[in-house]
Design a protein around this ligand. Structure first.
Ligand code: MG
Length: 319
């Protein structure tokens, strides 16, 4: 084959690959849903969010009042009882600046369990929470394929079950016949996403780095499947905060924040709590999603939470 025909063949294959990448899972072609969290474009901004159970206050209204007073723009509830709380959140968020952020787990079962009933339980449970998440305009439901405490399939089998075959010529007709493909389709129907969360090795072995999570997103090619990064887990597993976020690229839609030694409020672990390198990565990406507090406090939350907000705003400026 001549150089020229080699080049023509290369361009033809590139065009096919690009078309496949754009069209996603074959017959299940779906447009990227617009207007829900995390889909914004433009210069990076530091949008802080916080998990519901980290806030002071007896009622949801009191918690939202504190969050808004401290400048948070998103609230992140757990997923367990979200389907029963949709109206409560809609009422409480009505007329406020603060919006629904990601939904943190709360599902049952295990996606890569050896037995199908446990996998089915995870699928059904995640779909129920995704439906509620969509009603609330959430960027997505945070999931972990399997925790270390759960029995799971060998890594290679688990990966194929979740993401299908990575080779285009081995993909079944009509799309990606895989669990994340099915969940992604359900998420897109409800204007939200699945957010894969890499954890540190104490909690999970299957998915520990953002690059591996991004690779799974790339395999599935479904706008309903995306990725998040958690500074706490990244502290142990990643060699570079900036590099990790950049490896997540366009798939990165959410970030968790904590101090880097004790998983407390940022700043409570002193010099260790430096996020500037990671923030540089987020800025390079033009990141528009939330940076959400998932952390306790060793001290008085009424003091530590606003101090952490101030620290992060300062480091964002320095990045
Ligand atoms: Mg987390």
């Amino acid at each position: 084959m001549s150089v020229q025909s080699n080049r023509r063949e290369f361009l033809r294959c590139s065009a096919v690959a690009a078309a496949a990448a754009v069209s996603g899972s074959g017959a299940q072609v779906m447009a990227q849903p617009q207007g829900f969290g995390g889909g914004r474009r433009g210069p990076a901004v530091l949008r802080l969010a916080i998990q519901e159970n980290r806030l002071p206050g007896e009622t949801l209204t009191e918690k939202l009042d504190w969050a808004e007073q401290w400048g948070f723009e998103g609230i992140e509830p757990g997923g367990r009882d979200l389907p029963e709380r949709v109206e409560e959140f809609q009422r409480a968020l009505s007329g406020r600046q603060i919006k629904m952020s990601a939904i943190c787990a709360g599902f049952e079962g295990c996606l890569i369990a050896p037995d199908k009933p446990t996998r089915d339980q995870a699928m059904e449970s995640m779909k129920r929470i995704l439906t509620a998440a969509g009603e609330l305009g959430s960027v997505g439901l945070i999931i972990v394929p399997a925790f270390n405490r759960q029995e799971s399939l060998p890594h290679k089998e688990a990966r194929v079950l979740l993401t299908g075959f990575h080779r285009w010529d081995r993909r079944p007709e009509g799309g990606c016949d895989c669990l994340l493909g099915e969940l992604g389709d359900h998420a897109v129907q409800h204007n939200t996403r699945i957010l894969l969360e890499p954890l540190n090795r104490d909690e999970c072995y299957f998915l520990r780095t953002l690059a591996d999570g991004a690779s799974m997103c790339k395999d599935v090619q479904n706008p309903g499947i995306a990725l998040m990064g958690d500074f706490w887990h990244m502290t142990w597993e990643e060699t570079s905060d900036r590099g990790a976020f950049l490896s997540g690229g366009e798939y990165l839609k959410h970030v968790h924040m904590a101090s880097r030694r004790r998983r407390s409020m940022p700043g409570e672990d002193g010099e260790a709590d430096n996020y500037i390198d990671g923030f540089r990565g987020l800025k390079e990406l033009g990141y528009q999603g939330d940076v959400s507090f998932e952390c306790g406090s060793q001290g008085d939350r009424m003091v530590q939470i606003p101090a952490a907000v101030e620290l992060l705003r300062r480091q964002w400026e320095q990045a």
